[in-house]
Ligand binder design. Sequence first.
Ligand code: 5RP
Length: 224
Amino acid sequence: MTQDELKQAVARAAIDYVVDGEIIGVGTGSTANFFIDELARIKDRIKGTVASSEATAARLRGHGIPVFDLNEVTSIAVYIDGADEITSGGAMIKGGGAALTREKIVASVSKKFVCIADGSKLVDVLGKFPLPIEVLPMARNAVMRRMAALGGQPKLRTKAGSDDAFITDNGGELVDVAGLQITDPAGFEMQINQIVGVVAVGLFAQRGADVCLLGTSEGVKKLE
Ligand code: 5RP
């Protein structure tokens, strides 16, 4: 099976976690896009969604699925999203698709986090995938120095084919930190959160995934 077929398989399996009549939190990225396409088939069963990015909101609306502002919503039954890396304990690196801050906010108010990913995303130790950190633009270099002091190799994310900084949906910039071996994800998340100028770090450990659906050639495996 191709990586896209594995992503499609987990997106389909995630439909079992959709709660009828409720609001569903929807992530960002290629796996989340497959999920949105599956959700469209059963859109009449749900009240609506909260999106973790402008791109996700546009895709949901394109399918005629209602999208609510998070401020209009008191409770989200389940949040469904992909990951760049995940451990068997449910700690993740996210943000390869630049949506980490909104993903973290929507996940934080959701009762359950279901991670959907192809099997290549499962790792023993997080950090091979460069850790994304959203920063306020004026703090970019200060945060990069702090991350270098913590043993990482920080790099400003730029727009494709340009030296200009990539700008997130929130007007922030992204620093991707390579060379880390994150053996204490929750502790490291807390440490980075304390650096002034950091908007959010793409470590999802304090609030990790409750369930992970992993696409493998032997079928969809469930970790919880
Ligand atoms: C976006 C994310 C994505 O979930 C992550 O990058 C995985 O993407 P894909 O499903 O395309 O492999 O965190 O900010």
